[in-house]
Design a binder for this molecule. Sequence first.
Ligand SMILES: Nc1ncnc2c1ncn2[C@@H]1O[C@H](COP(=O)(O)OP(=O)(O)OP(=O)(O)O)[C@@H](O)[C@H]1O
Length: 282
Amino acid sequence: MNTTAAVDVRGLRKSYDGTTAVGGIDLEIAHGEVFALLGPNGAGKTTTVEILEGYRKRDSGEVHVLGIDPGDADLRWRARIGIVLQNTGGHDDLSVEEVIRHFALYYPDARDPDEVIAAVGLDGKRDTRVRQLSGGQRRRLDVALGILGRPELLFLDEPTTGFDPEARREFWTLISALSDGGTTILLTTHYLDEAERLADRVGVIAAGDIVALDSPARLGGRERDLATVRWLHDGNPQERTTAEPTRLVTELAAEFDGEIPGLAIDRPTLEDTYLRLIGENT
Ligand SMILES: Nc1ncnc2c1ncn2[C@@H]1O[C@H](COP(=O)(O)OP(=O)(O)OP(=O)(O)O)[C@@H](O)[C@H]1O
């Protein structure tokens, strides 16, 4: 396969004991793109991502990641990718700083450990033993280890599970900075706001198939979705669903001769669209 994409997948299939987990998906991710893979529990996200990472064998299909088949990948290829798995453990008795300095030795061109510790917001915990970290802090350490080797391609499997809202915002800033620096990112998440904030494109996977693939703004034809306009008339709630909310609001403004009482305009959120797509495909 002749490919210039960072990730190129054609007809990928994987079954476990006769049960299909991934049913023949095609996927291309460009260099520098942030791509979010969404889907309900058991949809096949982790199976797909772990095949791309070289951790699981596929049954069939063609897969190239940074131009290499992950099934034949060597250490040089491994050094070009960064991985944050769903569950990692170990290194319990080492401090945060010790773990990061230790893993930095594995990479030919590791980031400065101090910069990485600061970037994931663990400065105050650098001397804390890993076993004494909270769940969210532990997850930050996982992210630190994933970015330590300056990966060209970063896999993030549900990276912000357990993060408090402030930590999630900080993480988003970090991912945006990595993306601005040219890192390609493949993210799985159950947080639709995270996908909307970070991803150039999202793919929705349901029962092992990709059922929608587009930018967050256009997913599932969202940009054509109708808007709901709400306002008050003599104190009574009014509501109209329309493809032309601007026209309706202009008419109402003329009618009220100015401010429209209680005006609100809603469109379906990415989560609404996602739930519709899942409902239609499971
Ligand atoms: N090692 C395994 N052995 C047998 N079946 C498996 C194995 N790993 C995954 N599966 C099955 O394959 C399907 C896809 O699982 P997968 O972990 O890829 O889903 P997921 O989309 O990542 O889900 P989640 O959002 O819960 O992480 C599920 O039905 C799961 O039970």
